[in-house]
Design a protein around this ligand. Structure first.
Ligand SMILES: Nc1ncnc2c1ncn2[C@@H]1O[C@H](COP(=O)(O)OP(=O)(O)OP(=O)(O)O)[C@@H](O)[C@H]1O
Ligand SMILES: [Mg+2]
Length: 345
């Protein structure tokens, strides 16, 4: 009893999906405890030297594109890799402390999801970041592997499984068999590139500059990947580049589809290239089992329709595309032999 209590106290192990867009934290025995945008707002310290964290997560995301001088809202992860270590560390520390809901924290074991093809320098940097944020032991799992586990695929079986994770910064396509990634392809194209494409389209067509947040809202509300019968419209507010004053334009789902042709083509091409590199036995498995879509970007309407047309393969959507990676990492955290099997060395 007593030892159980102590063990429980010390075993707040964590799994973290440090994404370009969202950071999710899973705590062993508690489940998902945090799902927040990977954004940190910092302000100039009153001493004038250095910066102080003002807000993290949702609160900081609200500030994106709206900050006065003196405050910066930063997204420390770019294209799936850490671009600003100090800020990432501050963000991690904040999320971990909150996950433990006490200030003094026990040093947890940590599983961190990283992009496939991460360099050894980047790996070391992530490890160090986690250690100085308070981890006792750090395991790295490749995101597609975690996503496959989270989506309920049997990664240890001698069967080919294809996962496509469309995140904010990157799209990772991977074929997994026998607890390892057999072939994979990562492209720096995901939800952010779709937002950029919308911004550029509205700029070209209407001479109006819209912010990242507004572009994302359009994408999540009326965007579609494939032409459909029904046309939806949405007002977008931005700044008229000629008159210099705020302006409202009405965009249609068809226009947004046109704007997204390029990023969607890039994703389809990444899937094709991975299929071409897949050994025939595993390719045969994928014909039967299909392709599993995860990641927030996979929520784009009718993206599955386009992929089905382009590959002639069954396309499956995971039940919760946002949490598949962190839940997979959490499942590995709960199952040490599996963790040792799938973790990077
Ligand atoms: N309904 C939707 N339609 C289209 N895109 C969406 C939708 N909902 C969310 N997204 C996009 O999903 C992306 C975030 O997905 P996710 O949280 O999986 O990314 P991430 O894991 O943080 O990024 P990465 O894996 O690249 O580091 C954002 O670009 C967001 O705009
Ligand atoms: Mg991700």
């Amino acid at each position: 009893m007593f030892f159980d209590a102590i063990a429980g106290f010390f075993s707040h192990d964590l799994a973290i999906d440090l994404g370009t867009a969202n950071t999710l934290v899973y705590v062993r025995g508690k489940g998902l405890v945090c799902s927040e945008p990977s954004v940190v707002a910092v302000t100039q310290d009153s001493s004038g030297r250095g910066e102080r964290v003002l807000a993290v997560g949702h609160e900081a995301k609200e500030m994106l594109g709206r900050t006065p001088s003196g405050i910066r809202a930063i997204r420390p992860i770019k294209d799936g890799v850490i671009a600003d270590f100090e800020i990432t560390e501050a963000m991690l520390r904040y999320f971990i402390q909150r996950a433990h809901s006490r200030r003094k924290l026990v040093r947890p074991r940590m599983v961190i999801c990283v992009p496939p093809c991460i360099t050894s320098v980047e790996k070391r940097a992530v490890r160090e970041s986690a250690l100085s944020a308070g981890a006792r032991e750090v395991y790295l799992i490749e995101e597609p592997m975690a996503a496959a586990i989270g989506a309920g695929l049997d990664v240890t079986a001698p069967t080919g499984n294809m996962v496509v994770d469309i995140g904010g910064g990157t799209t990772d396509v991977a074929v997994i068999s026998l607890s390892g990634i057999v072939t994979s392809k990562s492209i720096r194209c995901g939800g952010d590139k779709m937002d950029d494409a919308i911004i550029n389209y509205v700029k070209r067509k209407y001479n109006v500059l819209v912010g990242e947040r507004s572009a994302e809202a359009i994408k999540m509300t009326i965007a579609t990947a494939s032409p459909s019968g029904k046309t939806e419209t949405m007002e977008i507010k931005g700044r008229d580049l000629v008159a210099g004053i705020p302006k409202v334009v009405v965009a249609t789902s068809e226009e947004v589809r046109e704007a997204l042709v390029e990023p969607i083509h890039a994703i389809v091409e990444a899937v094709h290239l991975t299929l071409e590199k897949t050994p025939p036995e595993l390719a045969a498995d994928i014909i039967d089992r299909g392709i599993m879509l995860v990641g927030g970007g996979s929520m784009l309407r009718d993206l599955d329709v386009v992929l089905r047309q382009e590959t002639k393969l069954p396309i499956l959507r995971s039940e919760d595309p946002f949490t598949a990676v962190v839940h997979g990492a959490g499942a590995a955290l709960d199952n040490l032999p599996l963790l040792k099997d799938v973790a990077l060395t």
